[in-house]
Ligand binder design. Structure first.
Ligand code: PGA
Length: 261
């Protein structure tokens, strides 16, 4: 049985300028230190806007904080005439460990389809970044196809091009649960996360499926995080709104201490 270290990832979206990002990361570090949080038991990563990444890198490296960080998106291309885009090569130089790809806000607002998401996943891997591949169904998808068909097909599009033994993280984020305050139930999350893991096993083998972390995202809070993480196929959380409240995010990170009724 592979031990999958839980990952709590804070997607800040378009919040915080670089000065606020520094203050946030410092306060998160003090709060977790005061709470005697063990960094070895839970991996914590923050995803600031591009303009903050250098500042976040500097504070994490100079204060030797045990946080990872990453970007919210990257270009599928390495360099060239792509105004406004950011290369994975630049993110890797800044010390990013992860990059989010295919978030539903990118799929919806920037018309990113499965082929773009696949290309971005490959670009991330090429530059040594771990892609966090987001998949999830809308309300209409849920009514028409049930809960796992669309997320599984979105993941399959990536798996079709994914080299053997690639380290990726998958995030199941039902679109209807994002920012709505209406999270999936732990059982719904478990079912879809298990189906996603099974899809990895089918194309890339049982070992990669067992080693890949599958996160749940969508209205995760300190009051529900532990119930998701108790499920056998849920290995962490991708947190949006609650990740920009430092006290709330610190509580989420400490989910192993929560008592579930
Ligand atoms: P939420 O967002 O936690 O605010 O629902 C999750 C996400 O978009 O990753």
């Amino acid at each position: 049985m592979v031990d999958r270290r839980p990952l709590i990832a804070g997607n800040w979206k378009m919040n915080f300028d670089h000065l606020r990002s520094i203050a946030f990361v410092q306060k998160l570090a003090w709060t977790l230190k005061d709470a005697k949080h063990s960094a070895a038991s839970v991996e914590v990563a923050v995803f600031p806007p591009f303009t903050d990444i250098r500042s976040v890198q500097t504070v994490i490296e100079s204060d030797r904080l045990e946080f990872a960080f990453g970007a919210q998106d990257l270009s599928p291309f390495d360099s060239g005439a792509h105004t406004g885009d950011i290369s994975g090569e630049f993110l890797a130089k800044l010390g990013c460990r992860f990059v989010i790809v295919g978030h539903s806000e990118r799929r919806q607002n920037h018309h990113e389809d499965d082929s773009v998401v696949s290309a971005k996943t490959l670009a991330a891997l090429k530059h040594g970044l771990i892609p966090i591949v987001c998949v999830g169904e809308t309300n209409e998808d849920l009514e028409k196809f049930g809960s796992s068909a669309v997320p599984v097909s979105q993941l399959r599009a990536v798996l079709d091009v994914l080299p053997k033994d690639s380290e990726i993280v998958v995030a199941y984020e039902p679109v209807w649960a994002i920012g709505s305050g209406q999270a999936a139930t732990p059982l719904q999350a478990q079912e879809v996360c298990a189906a996603l893991r099974a899809a990895i096993a089918e194309t890339h083998g049982a070992d990669l499926a067992a080693a890949t972390r599958v996160l749940y995202g969508g209205s995760v809070k300190s009051t529900n995080v532990a119930s998701f993480l108790r499920e056998p196929d849920v290995d962490g959380a991708l947190v949006g709104g609650a990740s920009i409240d430092v006290d709330e995010f610190a509580k989420i990170v400490q989910f192993p201490k929560h008592v579930i009724a």
